[in-house]
Design a protein around this ligand. Structure first.
Ligand code: ADP
Ligand code: MG
Length: 293
């Protein structure tokens, strides 16, 4: 599976939600789309999944134009939108059966598939009669994942799937998506970098509707290799003082004082040590580069 996005733009009145985005997305390894709120992540996904039409630009799935033929994409794709839709008065199984019907999955197969999805996303213990209106946000999020994966689609698009999940569920979801990505085209968006730090093969950074980075996590981190510093300040140092030295990646109170990680072009203090960037540092570095431009 290969999706090619060419010069895609989407305007809402006078707002450019996407501004000339070009991407090449392939199966084999999780693709992480990161960017702050309002960057255009959901708009990109809504267009990729054919819910919305681009203002200009083209999208090809295995070289076929899906803006002209949306059903080509719809047949191959499972989508979890950022706001997971559901029918509040149905129970989990009623709802998933209803979705199986829409997806054209035969009843025999549906039963087995639903059982396996419910197990995968730890929804087995939900009381059978509980309707979806009584599910927590995190539970609805997991229902949304069941819907996205039902029918074994070859392309899986998930928009901020970790929102509302507790740490254990987050890790479970991450593992499921990264396993699926060995064979399928899986793309997930998030504004939380640690969600994709360990699992994304390819990272796309979107900001103000533009692609700021498209490549491997390792390359992104190596870009920042000379710019991440670790140092210790006396306990009474004010955070304002520390922030003057560069972009602060982290501040931790320790027995020896305040331990900080700072992104800066030059050694910020005499006792600073140049350290290996984490993905979060590299992301901040990319942002600081953007500020200068
Ligand atoms: N239907 C819409 N009408 C008007 N503006 C929109 C609409 N959808 C998105 N936007 C705007 O487009 C920009 C990108 O939004 P979105 O794609 O939701 O970003 P993200 O998912 O990265 O948070 C934002 O400024 C948002 O307000
Ligand atoms: Mg969004």
């Amino acid at each position: 599976m290969e999706i090619k996005v060419e010069n895609l733009s989407k305007n809402f009145k006078n707002k450019k939600a996407l501004n000339n985005v070009s991407l090449d997305l392939q199966s084999g390894g999780l693709i992480g789309l990161i960017g702050p709120n309002g960057a255009g992540k959901s708009t990109l996904f809504n267009i990729l999944t054919t819910l919305q039409k681009p203002t200009t630009g083209k999208i090809f799935l295995n070289n076929k134009d899906i803006v002209k033929n949306p059903s080509l994409m719809q047949k191959n794709m499972g989508f979890m939108p950022q706001k997971v839709p559901f029918l509040p008065n149905l129970t989990l199984k009623e709802y998933l059966n209803y979705i199986a019907g829409i997806k054209g999955i035969p009843a025999r197969n549906a039963k087995m598939e639903i059982e396996s999805l419910i197990t995968k996303f730890n929804l087995l213990t939900v009381p059978k009669k509980q309707t979806l209106s009584h599910f927590s946000g995190g539970m609805i999020q997991r229902v949304g994942m069941c819907v996205a994966l039902m029918g074994n689609p070859q392309i899986i698009v998930v928009d901020e799937p970790t929102a509302g999940l507790d740490p254990e569920e987050r890790i479970n979801l991450r593992n499921i998506l990264s396993e699926l990505a060995t064979e399928k085209l899986v793309i997930m968006s998030t504004h939380i970098i640690s969600d994709i730090e360990a699992v994304a093969n390819k990272i796309i950074v979107l900001k103000d509707g533009k692609v700021k980075y498209d490549g491997s996590a390792i390359d992104l981190m190596s870009k920042a290799s000379k710019n991440v510093w670790s140092m210790t300040f006396p306990t009474q140092t004010s955070i304002k003082e520390i922030e003057k030295l560069g972009k602060v990646s982290s501040i931790v109170q320790t027995m020896d004082g305040i331990q900080a990680r700072i992104i800066a072009n030059q050694k910020p203090t005499a006792n600073s040590i140049n350290v290996k960037p984490h993905l979060e540092d590299a992301y901040l570095f990319l942002e600081s580069e953007g500020d200068k431009a």
